[in-house]
Design a protein. Structure first.
Length: 101
């Protein structure tokens, strides 16, 4: 096969992707005013876990970095736990996910 197909696996520097479909990051503004990733976000990404790789939405690393209404952060323990529930939901379905900082 001279060219791999879109649905063939890909080795991303040791991270095995089921296929070559990569979901682009899309700001969803669904984290609520506390900016903590919630069950709705976990469901949203889990539903898309058949992509080879999900690039999750822009996520802020500090209070000062916030520039969009109800976008998620990852600068408190609660936010980290929220994202952990998202990644676990994706991994449970065999998906892979990167976070955009
Ligand atoms: C509603 C919307 C939200 C987006 N949010 C993000 C984001 O959070 N982070 C990011 O890096 N890019 C974001 N993008 C850019 C997309 O990831 C993508 O690069 C862009 O839509 C161009 O895609 P294309 O090259 O397939 O046309 C967003 C685009 C749209 C339309």
């Amino acid at each position: 096969m001279p060219f791999p197909s879109l649905l063939s696996p890909f080795d991303l520097h040791g991270l095995q992707l089921a296929n070559r479909v990569v979901m682009a990051p899309l700001t969803r503004a669904r984290s609520g005013p506390d900016r903590i990733p919630n069950a709705m976000i976990a469901e949203y990404y889990a539903q898309r876990s058949s992509a080879g790789l999900i690039i999750a939405e822009a996520t802020t690393i500090s209070e000062q970095a916030n520039g969009w209404v109800e976008s998620p952060g990852i600068y408190t323990d609660a936010m980290e736990a929220g994202w952990r529930s998202v990644t676990e939901a994706v991994h449970a379905r065999g998906g892979r996910i990167f976070l955009t900082l």
